[in-house]
Design a protein around this ligand. Sequence first.
Ligand code: GDP
Ligand code: MG
Length: 302
Amino acid sequence: MGFFNKIKEGLKKTKSNFINKINSAIKIFSKIDEELFEELEELLITSDVGALASQRICDDLRKIVKKESIKDPNSVKQALKDILIEILEGDCNLNIEPPPSVILVIGVNGVGKTTTIGKLAAKLKNDGKNVILGAADTFRAAAIDQLEIWAERSGVDIVKHQQGSDPAAVVFDTICAAKSRDKDIVICDTAGRLHNKTNLMNELGKIERVIKRELPNASKEVLLVLDATTGQNAINQAKGFLSFAEVTGIILTKLDGTAKGAVVLAIKEELGIPVKFIGLGEQIDDLQPFSAKQFVDAIFEE
Ligand code: GDP
Ligand code: MG
């Protein structure tokens, strides 16, 4: 399956929720007036776009309709599409040069961190990068085993310790292994469920300090994984992490299993952090770099 078809397939539920609503609203209105804008704003909010982004979208739409004297409700759709692309556009490239660089993957339990790391490792390896994984989610033995399976699947090295060991020590050992084995990219898994937020904060802080000390000049990504099926809750989760972590990018997973994919607009508008990848399934090739245009095209395609 080609890239675009894969995205289209993955976004099927979001598309039927979103575009059907927009189409029916546009059909009802024979002229463009304030009522149409209000209806659209309402629709956007109920499609998990979030109040802030929905308002911005409708404000922008009003301006464009006025400026370009759009009279036909159908042309509103094209204008809407352009606005969505503009909101979603951002730099989705990973900051991974020069080697060795570090990618720290964070997020609450169950959002898809370990799976995403497996897919990302395979993708980067495919791009010719030499990748090593650090199993720094030491909270559960199963988490370490799961990452090991993904390391095998994607054909990359892994450094692991026993369950319950110090995650920062795992990161330290992974960085040492990366240096001695001449690896390009270190990707570290982390635990999302600790006893409380302070614990999680302290642990991530400790990991960050190890990275800074061992690789002071390295490029670093802190990727926050969010589960699209949780809709607006994902935004609240993200705000929690942003209060103590320097997140450089978002990975939005499980878009294939939800109609709430338009939450990506709320993420971009409310958090201001680029979405770098999207997860469209559980298989190794189900991670795609995020493209604003492809995403919006997939949702709008008739
Ligand atoms: P973690 O606790 O954050 O490490 O989450 P896991 O990587 O263990 O994933 C939790 C569940 O979500 C697993 O069953 C994964 O297969 C599933 N999962 C992860 N990403 C995706 C995705 O993009 N689509 C779907 N459908 N499932 C996913
Ligand atoms: Mg995990």
